[in-house]
Design a protein around this ligand. Structure first.
Ligand SMILES: Nc1ncnc2c1ncn2[C@@H]1O[C@H](COP(=O)(O)OP(=O)(O)OP(=O)(O)O)[C@@H](O)[C@H]1O
Ligand SMILES: [Mg+2]
Length: 476
């Protein structure tokens, strides 16, 4: 039999009213007495007059702590313990026993009970024990929350971003990293292609072997082949000794072919052969050397177009793009800019031992409005310079490098059309409107950028009839 939870007591300010304790004992009177003493300290309680009814309660109710008798007629405390942990991994179970032998106590603790209490119970001791158990639970729950929060911000392996585009990238990464599939990463310069390639390697079973990047740009044909595949002694002028290539170095690991669009056509043919045969041939040798390498290729060029123009082998292109990850330019990921600004400020302040506490809303808005042609790399360098050169603990407009402040005027499509000569009210309205457009209607973010509370923003949206801005709807 299970009684309904007692209403949270009004006079309770212990914070316990959020905590639900299930008391289980087939001596229902005893169970009720214990529950009553816990209710008096402010806990919500459920009472089960036997093991079976306890299992039903666990299936249907949210329970934080179970206080159960160990020896019962139908279902015993051990079984309650294991079912409770299976259904609610973070539940705390305290066992009461009238036969407090060392063995039974050790056994319940091994199975995951938080602690045990000897019958007859001492009410003061009971309250202290429950209090401690709840405290421990709160701590581990808030740690879990913190981790989830961190994961959201740090997306995947130190890649920061919470834009929709990056969420998609993260879920592809999660699926593809543990496999050996070839991955093609595309994106403008500075969007994080190499960072993503490293994240794939670090999250793959190959993580304990090498991650070897090689940049195909500006490498003459002969050199790139000897770099990739190695060479035998005397295979060309200057080949004094035999040398391993990057494929051999990367054996069991990951090879990143950076700027694969710049690879000469003849080398592309040889690369294809390696991928198909899983063997390399050193320059000047016919002996196949087996290699087990995961290949990641990256480029900021349009490979499909290059294929049409005959500058990139079609068969290699299809071979590489088994999984494609496209990193959008930073200007198309406004919410990531905001996140990255904060991240880089913290990071560089620490790295350079500067006490920088943050950035003013005006300076943030200005950075958000810039086009960032050099993407994350440019933003990173900009923030580093600002942190190093700042004279005050809060970064402001005056700290933004001139080139960026100047180019922003011309290049920012979302910049607020605020002019001298406007009323303050009009300027405020324009600023709110363009900030909302910038955040694509995300009010929480807009409020943060504007440095006002969300409720204030709501009030102003109503006042200026800007409710639909950024959501693709009409506006005032
Ligand atoms: N999402 C991100 N979070 C944190 N740092 C990032 C992110 N994207 C890029 N970076 C940082 O920006 C810099 C440039 O990134 P990366 O070298 O990976 O770019 P890339 O696309 O390979 O550029 P390029 O085409 O010029 O080689 C690096 O310092 C990298 O750590
Ligand atoms: Mg790169």
């Amino acid at each position: 039999m299970t009684s309904a939870p007692a209403p949270a007591s009004r006079r309770d300010d212990s914070g316990h009213a959020d905590v639900c304790v299930l008391v289980v004992d087939d001596d229902s009177e005893h169970a009720e007495t214990i529950a009553e003493s816990l209710r008096r300290t402010g806990y919500r309680t459920l009472v089960a007059g036997g093991g079976k009814s306890a299992l039903e309660t666990l299936e249907s109710e949210h329970v934080d702590v179970v206080l159960t008798d160990l020896v019962m007629r139908d279902v015993d405390g051990m079984e309650i313990l294991s079912t409770a942990r299976r259904l609610h991994p973070d539940i705390e179970v305290v066992v009461m026993t009238g036969y407090a032998s060392v063995e039974s106590a050790v056994e319940v603790m091994k199975k995951g009970a938080s602690t045990y209490l000897k019958k007859p119970l001492n009410i003061a001791e009971l309250r202290t024990v429950i209090e401690k158990v709840v405290e421990k639970q709160n701590l581990s729950r808030s740690n879990l929350f913190l981790h989830q929060e961190l994961d959201r911000k740090f997306g995947f392996s130190g890649i920061i971003g919470d834009s929709e585009a990056m969420q998609k990238v993260f879920s592809t990464l999660q699926a593809v990293a543990p496999t050996s599939a070839t991955v093609l990463i595309t994106g403008e310069s500075g969007t994080g292609k190499e960072l993503v390639a490293k994240a794939i390697h670090r999250n793959s079973p190959r993580r304990n072997y090498h991650f070897i990047p090689i940049n195909c740009t500006a490498m003459p044909e002969g050199l790139i082949e000897s770099e990739l595949f190695g060479h035998e002694k005397g295979s060309f002028t200057g080949a004094i000794g035999a040398r391993k290539g990057r494929f051999e170095f990367a054996n069991h690991g990951t090879l990143l072919l950076d700027e694969i669009g710049d690879m000469p056509l003849s080398t592309q043919a040889k690369l294809l052969r390696v991928l198909e045969e899983r063997c390399v041939y050193r320059v000047g040798s016919n002996v196949p050397i087996p290699v087990d390498v995961r290949l990641i290729a990256s480029t900021n060029r349009h490979l499909e177009e290059m294929v049409r123009e005959g500058k990139f082998r079609e068969d290699l292109y299809y071979r590489l793009r088994v999984v494609t990850i496209n990193l959008p330019p930073l200007r198309a990921r406004q919410s990531d800019i905001a996140l990255l600004i904060d991240h880089f400020i913290r990071d560089f302040a620490q790295q350079h031992g500067r006490r920088i506490e943050g950035i003013t809303p005006a300076a943030r808005t200005s950075l958000l409005a810039y086009r960032w042609p050099g993407n994350v790399r440019e933003l990173r360098n900009t923030i580093e310079a600002m942190v190093v050169l700042a004279r005050d603990p809060v970064l402001d407009l005056k700290d933004i490098p001139e080139e960026i402040a100047e180019r922003r005027e011309a290049a920012a499509p979302g910049a607020a059309p605020v002019f001298a000569g406007m009323t303050l009210e009009r300027a405020e309205m324009e600023l709110i409107r363009s900030t909302l457009e910038m955040t694509r209607g995300n009010r929480e973010e807009a409020a943060r950028i504007l440095g006002i509370g969300e409720r204030t923003l709501y009030r102003k949206l109503k006042e200026y009839k800007l409710g639909d801005v950024g959501k693709g709807g009409g506006e005032a």
